[in-house]
Write a new protein. Sequence first.
Length: 141
Amino acid sequence: MTPRSAQPGSKNGDGFLTNAAIAELLAVAADSAQMPLQKALRRASRKAFLWEEEAAAMVREGRSLTELPTVGPHLNRVIREWMEHPPTVPKPPGTREGFLTLTEVRELLARKPDWSANVKGDLQMHCHHGSLQGLEDRGRH
């Protein structure tokens, strides 16, 4: 695996890992895992972006992370170990960077409620050509 720089915003204000950071750590762990653990890590990595609440909040409340979709007893232990001894979170590769988690989106919309009024779809984007900046530039013209 090629070393990557640490990801900004990988910890919340309390120093706990964010769901996005956990997702990246799970994805990186999946790269070197064997099946069936590899499949569980990949599935949890993708699902972490859709978790209804921050895993860190659940840990602070003393709750089990198995309440989260795709987190079983083994991943509960792995994620808790990362919370107790946070590893360096690598910067995600281009295919995984720039995504917000559900909790991040909800927090953002709570601070900017007028944004919700202008949403006319589910904001999915499927693109195989060019950068996000290039798409933004084309959308302005």
